[in-house]
Design a protein around this ligand. Structure first.
Ligand code: C2E
Ligand code: MG
Ligand code: MG
Ligand code: MG
Length: 283
């Protein structure tokens, strides 16, 4: 987990061991209640066309505002939720919220992150199918973001689960592409629709020419395989111009928009009427 923590500036795991244990205890004790007490929220970060002009999708990102300790980063509480068996509950909550909100954002995809632990649950496929159906969401607009960790331990199981969900129309993105050790193999074996280039590549692009070459080849590879290529963590105009020039399809990052509340996405998509009401029919 060192890698992920290293990229998270506000990670509790960086402020000393006692703090770490304290936070772990808070998470273990309070997360279950947090879900029922409405402390858990979902924000959405738009994904834009390469020129940064058109919203093509959003990614749902979970947020926890603890009544005493304030905002806790998902990078900190998701690992604990995984260990304490709370991730199915949390994952289902986020998926349901994302479907409920995303339903009115016609024509754009709604991506939901899936934890490896959640994905490996026996009833994962049926649970996802049920939630999407209950929320009356178009399955083809639901994109599940998986990381390589999902695919490593039980490749056959993962393949089957993906196939079943694909048959229902759901789509798949390979998240944090390039941070694992055998991404290429996974691309060949598993039926992804999209790859998301990890933001660590963009970060280092400024300093090393090698990273730019890597990003370039990933975009080419993705395009050659007929996949949509999204770059995440785009923070500068230079990065956006480069990505657009090399044929990257989609960009996501603070340069365009931070993760925001569902109501802000309504505004962004022009769904808010003059009286402030959200119009649900228009695209
Ligand atoms: P991820 O899926 O790779 O999500 C992208 C993360 O990068 C988000 O952090 C987002 O806020 C951040 N980000 C987006 N654009 C930029 C940028 O331009 N610069 C920088 N520095 N960061 C940017 P967040 O929301 O803290 O989430 C961290 C990770 O926690 C996610 O990485 C994902 O792995 C996990 N996560 C978040 N929500 C969920 C969830 O509902 N379920 C599961 N299983 N995991 C989640
Ligand atoms: Mg993601
Ligand atoms: Mg990612
Ligand atoms: Mg990540």
């Amino acid at each position: 987990r060192a890698k992920r923590e290293g990229r998270n500036r506000y990670s509790f795991f960086e402020i000393g061991m006692d703090e770490t244990l304290r936070m772990r205890k808070i998470v273990e004790e309070d997360l279950r209640q947090a879900i029922t007490r409405d402390e858990i929220g979902v924000v959405y970060q738009p994904q834009f066309s390469a020129d940064g002009r058109k919203v093509l999708g959003v990614e749902a990102l979970v947020r926890w505002t603890h009544p005493v300790h304030g905002p806790i980063s998902p990078a900190d509480f998701i690992p604990v939720a995984e260990q304490r068996g709370l991730i199915p509950l949390l994952g289902e909550y986020v998926l349901r919220r994302a479907c409920r909100d995303g339903k009115r954002w016609k024509g754009i995809s709604v991506a939901v992150n899936v934890s490896p632990v959640q994905f490996r649950q026996k009833d994962f496929v049926s649970t996802v199918a049920r939630i999407v159906q209950e929320e009356d969401m178009e399955p083809a607009r639901v994109e599940l973001e998986l990381t390589e960790g999902v695919l490593v331990d039980d490749a056959d199981g993962a393949e089957n689960a993906m196939m079943e969900l694909r048959a229902l129309g759901l789509r798949f993105a390979l998240d944090d592409f390039g941070t694992g050790y055998s991404s290429l193999i996974y691309l060949r074996r598993f039926a992804f629709d999209k790859i998301k280039i990890d933001r660590s590549f963009l970060e280092s692009m400024e300093t090393t020419g090698e990273s730019a070459i890597l990003v370039h080849s990933v975009v080419h590879l993705g395009r050659a395989l007929g996949l949509t290529v999204t770059a995440e963590g785009v923070e500068t105009t230079e990065q956006q111009r480069f990505l657009q020039a090399i044929g990257c399809h989609q960009v996501q990052g603070f340069l365009f928009c931070r993760p925001v509340a569902a109501e802000k996405i309504d505004e962004l998509l022009g769904l808010v009427g003059e009286d402030g009401s959200v119009e649900r029919k228009r695209a």
